[in-house]
Design a protein around this ligand. Sequence first.
Ligand code: NDP
Length: 401
Amino acid sequence: MTGKVIIIGAGCVGTVIVHTLAQNADVFTDIMLASRTKSKCDLIAEDIKKKYGVNIKTAAVDADNVPELTSLLKEFKPELLINVALPYQDLHIMDACLAAGVNYLDTANYEPLDEAHFEYSWQWAYHERFKKAGLTAILGCGFDPGQTGVYTAYAAKHHFDEIHYLDIVDCNAGNHHKAFATNFNPEINIREITQKGRFYENGKWVETGSLELHQPITYPEIGPKESYLLYHEELESLVKNFPSIKRARFWMTFGQEYLTHLRVIQDIGMARIDEIEYNGVKIVPIQFLKAVLPNPQDLGENYTGWTSIGCRIKGLKDGKEKTYYIYNNCSHEEAYKETGMQGVSYTTGVPAMTGAYMFMTGKWSDAGVYNVEQFDPDPFMEKVAQSGLPWHEIINADLEL
Ligand code: NDP
């Protein structure tokens, strides 16, 4: 391995990844950051040089232009590409990786631009091509998806003979002191939250209205927070990879103020993803909304409080029922001090770096397309804890769910 890595996307998550790669410069010996807007890459590179004395190469690239990205990859010759552009780019970037012979890692599954719908089938369809090329693609290596899949694999390996019930619980108890802002790309965030809810039960997917099911859940050192059932992409791969699961659900907290804004945004048509004509110009309302909302990259400075994300699991060990809760609490303020970004970007970027570290050190490296839970969780758990996201376990307590 050469230690060469390229990151696509100089946004919130990309910034955290470059910081954490630079902190591991013994493994990541040559780092390039490429994105649509090169000036954003240059600003991050300057900051990294000041902070860690590490040189970051930068480049402009439109990742939807497969020949353009392929020639950049052929020129730089990285071992691994970390994709933290938007989910719309996933397939184009995987095509360029195959054309240039580069391994691949991302944090969000493919979503077509004109349909708010995401599923793994499009990316899983690349398995044979990656396998034949002797290349690895690691899918969904942020926090959720990502760390949540590794937590589940760790639970399956060390704590259960059979996992029966899985509830992923995601709480942001932070305060950015804005009336309304999203913690990552607003377009992707609003598309995700406004779609119908879905969970898995007894071999079938059960659909609910958008944010229809909710209940208070108590988060460690935070307390009870109203939590809403959402569909989230890791449910799809986890029920496939752990077939003993009878029910799998995903819960996320939202404050009343956030939900009121979201309802108004939807009611007045600003969450629309189709093109409309305005003064002779074609615009997509949700993209216009993104342009006027606070930039998630600027939220970090005044962000206080914690995120708390984990897996609550029930199942069998040695013939007896067992419950297990594994989670991380992350401080927005500490994340900002380290990387200039808030906790949501931090908790995504650190697992992405850790997955890249697993690949570069030969611990996660089978040829083909894989979700994170298909690899050995142990070296990942050790590295991620050392890298800023320690985890905690609570055994045989009431899971509330
Ligand atoms: P941002 O919007 O902050 O950053 C996206 C970056 O990608 C921007 O710099 C943007 O460029 C760049 N980009 C967009 N389109 C292209 C293109 N065609 N070619 C090259 N670069 C492009 O998003 P985030 O950093 O918040 O999120 C990044 C990814 O992380 C998303 O896919 C998101 O879904 C995922 N995510 C995953 C999480 C997890 O836990 N698994 C949690 C949070 C996010 P420009 O600056 O010019 O617009």
